[in-house]
Ligand binder design. Structure first.
Ligand code: NIG
Length: 385
């Protein structure tokens, strides 16, 4: 077996508790040795391998862990975005527009569109990605979307409870029965997780609970969309059910924060969504200071957040959500790993996957200092995980 050394790293961010110093475990002048896609040694520059990659004194950090996307879809909603920028509020109704386009697309078209987005995500430094369904909203198309997603990542999430489709409007409980029954049976073989959109206009707490409990009985892990468009029961429900993550969390009461802080549920922030929907940014400072575990993800989807830029999300989290640069970098890497229940990604230490990004910059601070600049010079990974 041959070992590769990534050498001459100017600044290495490890996120490790035992390696490096400071909140992100940095080492200056470092190298990392890996074999067969797994890190075997982290130390000073000059470690030996059969092959050598020169980082040219630049900054290296763990690949981004993007724990929330809806990457399999057809069509775009630029018109909706444009009218939003002219003042129309976001309400999630456009999900039905993407559902119509996705149902009409062939599987080959969905695979090709997803492959292009996965490549774009890789260029943006994403090495682990979660993909939700939610634009099929019937038995055949939810299963088809998840089958496409599982060709790209093991982190697939069944989200039949994204919105009630056109043909079930006014019959939400009947639709929930379908999601918990035939749709779940068809989707579960292709999914690791289940999710629901617990929000006014989508699914209420009882409907979301029914969906997640059915998913748990089918062997899926739980996640939830909550508190995106206003205060609501999502965060409390996620804590009650022991979800790995509750995502959005734009509106949180003191009780939501207290409950999250006392739980193992991660609050996953999606700042590019608040940017693209002109929502207020969540007060991450308040949650972190209370002891909440946080992650940051892109929420790449054609409606509320059409971006794969984790760097943009990190910059927004610092600029507008009052996180420190270190907190934001951790949230986009090891925070996302926790939201996915993974301990093999998000850190650079022996035993972890050799998923790393080389920045065209001397320090991770440049991710925020140089907003909008594509600083990822190279993404090292054997496959998207
Ligand atoms: O996470 N909030 C619900 N789902 C997506 C939006 C999907 C869409 O608008 O197409 C989200 O923002």
């Amino acid at each position: 077996m041959s070992a590769t050394v990534l050498d001459n790293i100017g600044q290495l961010v490890t996120n490790s508790d035992g390696i490096g110093t400071g909140p992100v475990g940095t080492i200056e002048n470092a190298s990392v040795v890996y074999e067969n896609g797994v890190i075997v040694e982290v130390g000073p520059a000059g470690l030996i391998g059969d092959e050598r990659i020169d980082a040219e004194a630049r900054c290296v950090l763990p690949g981004f862990v993007d724990s929330h996307t809806h990457l399999v879809f057809a069509g775009d909603r630029a018109d909706e975005f444009t009218s939003r920028m002219a003042g129309r509020p976001y309400d999630g109704g456009g999900i039905r527009v993407t559902t119509a386009a996705t149902r009409a697309a062939s599987t080959d078209e969905l695979v090709a569109a997803t492959a292009a987005r996965i490549e774009e995500a890789g260029r943006a430094g994403i090495t682990t990605i979660e993909i939700k369904s939610g634009y099929g909203l019937n038995v055949v198309d939810e299963a088809r979307v998840l089958e496409v997603a599982s060709g790209f990542t093991p982190e697939t999430t069944f989200m039949g409870a994204h919105l009630v489709p056109e043909e079930f409007v006014g019959r939400t409980d009947d639709y929930v029965d379908l999601v918990c029954g035939d749709m779940l049976s068809a989707a579960a073989p292709h999914a690791r997780w289940i999710d629901a959109f617990c929000e006014n206009g989508a699914f209420d707490a009882d409907q979301s609970r029914a969906v997640l409990e059915a998913g748990r009985s089918a062997g899926l892990g739980l996640r939830l969309h909550g508190n995106q468009l206003g205060h609501g029961p999502g965060v409390m429900l996620a804590v009650e059910l022991g979800c790995a993550s509750v995502d959005h969390c734009t509106y949180m009461t003191d009780s939501d924060i207290e409950a999250l802080a006392a739980s193992d549920t991660v609050a996953t922030y999606l700042p590019a969504t608040d940017f693209s929907t002109r929502q207020p940014y969540p007060d991450a400072r308040r949650a972190i200071d209370a002891g909440v575990s946080v992650a940051i993800a892109t929420n790449c989807n054609p409606g509320s957040s059409y971006t794969t830029s984790m760097s943009l999300c990190v910059a927004l989290a610092v600029r507008d959500m009052l996180m420190t640069i270190e907190e934001a970098v951790r949230a986009a890497t090891v925070g996302g790993a926790k939201a996915l229940g993974r301990n093999d990604v998000g850190r650079i230490e022996p035993g972890c996957r050799a998923d790393m990004i080389v920045l065209d910059a001397p320090s991770y601070h440049h991710l925020v200092y140089r907003p909008g600049v594509p600083l990822v010079a190279r993404t090292l990974t054997s496959a998207m995980s």
